[in-house]
Design a protein around this ligand. Structure first.
Ligand SMILES: [Zn+2]
Length: 315
């Protein structure tokens, strides 16, 4: 039996829920217990297919603006460009006939490893039981158990989140020396051929900059180049216009400003999504659309939370 949402639960004025995923792991990982895995993703997709009108993002936002959005509309998005979006998530979405958008940071395609993943890899693989990073301006991190490693990953990521890209690269190199981990995975992210394949199979490819800097951590020229060149590179690869954008990190006011939203608009994008929480209404700025993180195993809880959020943003 699958749970059904009561029809009357949704506000009458159409709202657009935009779900945000990153990775979809092939199986559960004790290091990342909150990360969605294939089984959980499949039950979420089944639930969405039964209870919502799942629309491609561009269509959803256009219909929100024109007032022709069906009730309980939802869009599915993935940030960064992980290979498992193609190998794990897409076959499940195809099974239910669902479409989505993958936002790709172009610098990591073809064997790259993003900062957050590099930190996770080094901390999970090191044979040290304490990782002393004080000489790098960080702390001593306990790596004696899975639980401690998980906490250490989170605190290193948090501390270095706003470093500019070059400083983060430098940090990864130095930590890898101290941790004794000399190679990072080269198959986490999509390859160029896989980006093209996603596009060919009906997944929208969206911009997510080149190197994934927090836009407020770089100057305006750099931000502009990251936004525009990321778009152009993707368009060259897939031979289609790239119209949707997702801000790296993406919290409005902290990770991006209205000025960055104007840069995105002036670069020829039609819409942009943030990581601000909420459900979009007709009054939402199309260049700062909020999203919604599907968490938890229980579909009933997920449904109840979505109804709550929809009403909260209707107030
Ligand atoms: Zn991202």
């Amino acid at each position: 039996m699958f749970e059904k949402l009561p029809l009357l639960a949704w506000p009458r004025d159409p709202r657009l829920s935009i779900l945000m995923y990153h990775r979809v792991l092939p199986r559960h990982s004790p290091f990342f217990p909150d990360e969605v895995d294939a089984a959980r993703f499949e039950s979420q997709m089944r639930y969405l297919a039964r209870n919502f009108t799942v629309l491609p993002l561009l269509e959803g936002v256009r219909r929100l603006q024109s007032g022709s959005l069906p009730s309980r509309s939802i869009c599915i998005t993935f940030d960064d460009g992980y290979a498992d979006n193609l190998t794990v998530a897409l076959p499940i979405m195809e099974k239910f006939g669902l479409k989505g958008t993958v936002f790709v940071a172009t610098a990591y395609i073809e064997g790259g490893c993003m900062f957050n993943d590099a930190i996770a890899e080094m901390v999970t693989r090191t044979t040290c039981s304490v990782l002393d990073l004080q000489e790098l301006g960080l702390e001593r991190y306990d790596t004696s158990s899975i639980e401690h490693r998980r906490e250490s990953i989170n605190s290193i990521r948090k501390k270095a989140r706003f470093y500019p890209p070059e400083q983060r690269n430098e940090l990864v190199e130095k930590i890898s020396r101290i941790a004794g981990v000399d190679s990072l995975p080269n198959d986490l992210m999509l390859t160029k051929a896989q980006v093209v394949e996603l596009s060919r199979r009906g997944i929208e490819i969206g911009g997510h900059t080149i190197t994934h800097p927090v836009l407020t951590s770089v100057d305006d020229n750099r931000a502009q180049t990251e936004i525009m060149m990321g778009k152009k590179t993707l368009e060259d690869w897939i031979d289609k216009p790239v119209r949707s954008f997702a801000y790296p990190n993406g919290l409005p006011g902290r990770d991006l400003t209205n000025q960055h939203a104007a840069m995105v608009r002036d670069s020829g994008f039609e819409l942009a999504v943030t990581t601000g929480k909420g459900i979009a209404s007709r009054l939402s700025d199309p260049f700062q659309l909020p999203r919604f993180v599907p968490w938890g195993n229980s579909m009933v809880k997920l449904g109840a939370r979505m109804v709550r959020e929809a009403w909260a943003s209707a107030m």
